[in-house]
Design a protein around this ligand. Structure first.
Ligand code: F6R
Length: 589
C-alpha cells in the first residue's frame, strides 16, 4: 500500500511542488519507507527521491524548490525491493523521459523484466514497478503515440495497480487502475489524481472515482476516461461533490480507522495471497525447512500469538512437532540446533519477539519471520522473511493484519499439504461476503455485550485461538473483561461464575459441533446468555446466533469477532482507534 498523487496545471510554478508535498504529508499514513517526486517543466523531466519520511526527504532533496506544470508524488510502503533510495518511486525508463508511480503489485514483473532486459533495457531498481516505464518506452520506440504506448503497457501487466505516468514534454498524466484506489479531483485550471481524497481536498471538493480496469489521462482542464472495453466514459454523470473535512476523508468516510481497516481486510487478504504467490520460491524453501526441522517454535505476542497458536495446532495435527510460545515468556524454552522458529509480528518490532529470536538464533535455530512491516527489525534478523503486505494499520487494535496473518498461515499450510490453491484464492471473497452478511448482527451483539462486565469466549481446536482473539479484542477496546477458555476446560472452574444472564460467546468453526453443543447446554443450564458464532454447522439453543457458510471458517470468524468488539466499543462511546494504556508497537520488555 503506497500513496500516490499527480497534479497537472496550466501554469508552471513552484506552488505545485508545495501542493505535492502537502498532499504527500496527508498520504504518509499509507506508507513511510521512501518518498519521491517527478516534475515536468519546460526544461524536461526531473526526479528527486530518497529513503525516509516525507519531512526528511523534502528537506534533504529540496523538493519544494522544484518547478513544473506536471507533478507526480509517491510515498512508499515497500513490497518488492527493500526501502532504499534506488527503490523509491518515481521510476523511469532508460533515458529518463518517462516517470511512473505505482501502488500495487505486478505479479508477472519478473517475466516482463527479463523480456525487456533481453531487448536492451537497463534497470536501476529491484521493484516490480520499474517494468512500467520501460514498457511504455518500448512501445513508443515501436511507433506508438504516448497514450497507445501507456495502454499497451497496462495490458501487459498481471496484478493490482493504481498507476500514474508522465512523459517529458507532455502536459498530461496517464492513469490506470485495478484493485487499488484512484480518485480524480477536478480543480480550476488544474486537476489532481491520487490514492485518496484527502490528498487534494484543500484544493477541490469535486471528485471522480476511477473504477477497476478504467484508464485514461488528465490534462489541466479535461479528463479522458475509457472503460474496460475501451469505450469512452461520459464523466459528467460520475462527478460528485464531497463535503468531508480532512479527518473524515482520511478515514474514507468511516467514523474510525478500525472499522475502515476491517472493511479493508478483503483487499489486504488479496494483496497477501498475491504477494505470497509471487514469492512462491521463498515459501517452498520455508516448507523444506519445516520438513527438515526437529521442532517448530512459533513465537508472537497478543494477536500475533493467537495467529501463531492457530498455526501450531495445524502443524501438530499434521504430525509436525510444534510449540506455540508467548513472546514475553521466551526464556522458558531451551532451544537447540535443528529448531525452526517462526516469528509472527505485525510491526516486526515487538521487543519480546526480537529478544526471543535473538536467543534462539544464538542457540542455533533458523528464523522465519512473518511481518507486515518490510525490513523491520525482526525481518532483518531472520533467515527467511515472509511479508503479509496488508498495508499500514492505523487502529491500535490489530484487525486486517490478524486476518492476513491467518491467510498467510493458511497459504503456507496449503502448500505444505499440497492442496489445490483454488480454495485459498477465494479467501478475499470469503472475507468480503462474511463482512457484508454480519454487520447488522455483530452490531446487535456488540451493543448487548457492551452492557456486560464479564464475558466468556469458548472454543475448541482451531476455534480456540479465534475465541482468544475475540476476548482480547473486546477487552482492549471496549474495556469489558473477557476471558477465553477451551470449552471443555470451562467446567474445571470458570463455570462457577456463570449465573442468569452471564454472557458466553461460543466460537464454532464447524469441526467439533457436538462437543461444543454439550458445552453450550452446560452453560445454558446455569442461566448463561449464549451467543453462538457457528460456521457450516447449526448450533441449537443459542440466544443469539450468527450462522455462516464458509470454505475457510477462520477467515469468516476473524471479521465477526472484530466487528463485535468494534460495536461494543462505540456503544460505550470509546475511541476504538486509541484504546487507553496501549501502544501499537511494544518496544519495552
Ligand atoms: C491486539 C494487538 C496487540 C499486538 C501485539 C503484538 O489488538 O494489536 O496484542 O498483536 O502487541 O504486536 P506485533 O504483531 O506488532 O508484534
Amino acid at each position: 500500500m503506497c500513496g500516490i498523487i499527480g497534479i497537472v496545471s496550466l501554469k508552471e510554478s513552484k506552488k505545485l511542488a508545495e501542493m505535492t508535498v502537502s498532499a504527500l504529508k496527508r498520504l504518509e499514513y499509507r506508507g513511510y519507507d521512501s518518498v519521491g517526486v517527478a516534475s515536468v517543466s519546460s526544461s524536461g523531466l526531473e526526479i528527486r527521491k530518497a529513503k525516509g519520511k516525507v519531512e526528511e526527504v523534502v528537506l534533504h532533496k529540496k523538493i519544494e524548490e522544484m518547478e513544473g506544470y506536471v507533478f507526480l508524488g509517491h510515498t512508499r510502503w515497500a513490497t518488492h525491493g527493500a526501502p532504499t533510495d534506488y527503490n523509491a518511486h518515481p521510476h523511469t525508463d532508460c533515458n529518463g523521459n518517462i516517470a511512473v508511480v505505482h501502488n500495487g503489485t505486478i505479479k508477472n514483473y519478473k517475466e516482463l523484466r527479463e523480456e525487456l532486459e533481453s531487448l536492451g533495457h537497463k534497470f536501476k531498481s529491484e521493484t516490480d514497478t520499474e517494468v512500467i516505464p520501460h514498457l511504455i518506452e518500448e512501445f513508443m520506440k515501436r511507433g506508438m503515440d504516448p497514450f497507445q504506448a501507456f495502454k499497451s503497457a497496462i495490458k501487459s501487466l498481471d496484478g493490482s495497480y493504481a498507476v500514474l505516468a508522465v512523459i517529458s514534454g507532455e502536459r498530461r498524466i496517464f492513469f490506470a487502475k485495478r484493485d487499488n484506489p484512484l480518485i480524480i479531483g477536478l480543480g480550476e485550471g488544474q486537476n489532481f489524481i491520487a490514492s485518496d481524497i484527502p490528498a487534494f481536498l484543500p484544493y477541490t471538493k469535486r471528485i471522480l472515482v476511477i473504477r477497476d480496469d478504467e484508464l485514461g489521462f488528465v490534462t489541466p482542464e479535461t479528463v479522458y476516461l475509457e472503460d474496460k472495453d475501451g469505450n469512452v466514459v461520459n464523466i459528467k454523470e460520475r462527478i460528485r461533490i464531497v463535503d468531508w473535512d480532512i479527518e473524515t476523508a482520511s478515514k474514507e468516510g468511516y467514523p474510525h480507522f478500525m472499522i475502515k481497516e476491517i472493511h479493508e481486510s478483503p483487499r489486504a487478504v488479496k494483496d497477501t495471497i498475491d504477494s505470497l504467490m509471487s514469492d512462491i520460491d521463498l515459501i517452498e524453501k520455508v516448507i523444506e525447512e519445516i520438513k527438515n526441522a526437529e521442532r517448530i517454535i512459533i513465537i508472537g505476542a497478543g494477536t500475533s500469538y493467537h495467529a501463531g497458536l492457530y498455526f501450531s495446532i495445524e502443524l501438530n495435527r499434521l504430525g509436525i512437532n510444534s510449540i506455540p510460545l508467548i513472546a514475553s515468556e521466551y526464556y522458558n524454552v531451551k532451544n537447540k540446533k535443528g529448531d525452526l522458529v517462526f516469528a509472527i509480528s505485525q510491526s516486526g518490532e515487538t521487543i519480546d519477539v526480537l529478544q526471543g529470536i535473538r536467543m534462539m538464533k544464538n542457540n542455533g535455530a533458523k528464523i522465519v519471520s512473518l511481518t507486515n512491516v518490510i525490513e523491520s527489525a525482526i525481518a532483518r534478523e531472520s533467515d527467511y522473511k515472509i511479508y503479509m503486505r496488508a498495508g499500514p494499520e492505523i487502529g491500535v487494535a490489530a484487525t486486517k493484519t490478524f486476518t492476513t496473518q491467518l491467510a498467510s498461515i493458511l497459504f503456507i499450510l496449503s502448500i505444505l499439504k499440497k492442496d489445490n490453491l483454488k480454495k485459498i484464492e477465494k479467501a478475499p471473497d470469503i472475507v468480503r461476503d462474511t463482512i457484508s452478511q454480519v454487520e447488522g448482527l455483530t452490531k446487535k451483539i456488540g451493543e448487548e455485550l457492551a452492557k456486560k462486565s464479564n464475558i466468556y469466549y469458548l472454543g475448541r481446536g482451531l476455534s480456540l485461538p479465534l475465541a482468544m482473539e475475540g476476548a482480547l479484542k473486546i477487552k482492549e477496546i471496549a474495556y469489558v473483561h473477557a476471558e477465553a477458555y477451551p470449552a471443555g476446560e470451562s467446567k474445571h472452574g470458570p463455570i462457577s461464575l456463570v449465573e442468569k444472564g452471564f454472557p458466553v460467546v461460543i466460537i464454532n468453526d464447524g469441526e467439533m459441533t457436538e462437543l461444543l453443543q454439550n458445552n453450550l447446554m452446560e452453560m445454558k443450564a446455569r442461566g448463561a446468555r449464549i451467543y453462538a458464532i457457528s460456521v457450516n454447522k447449526k448450533m441449537k439453543d443459542a440466544d443469539v446466533g450468527i450462522e455462516l457458510q464458509s470454505e475457510i471458517p477462520a477467515l469468516s470468524i476473524a471479521p465477526v469477532i472484530q466487528l463485535i468488539a468494534y460495536y461494543a466499543a462505540i456503544t460505550k462511546g470509546y475511541d476504538p482507534d486509541k484504546p487507553r494504556n496501549l501502544a501499537k508497537t511494544v518496544t519495552v520488555e
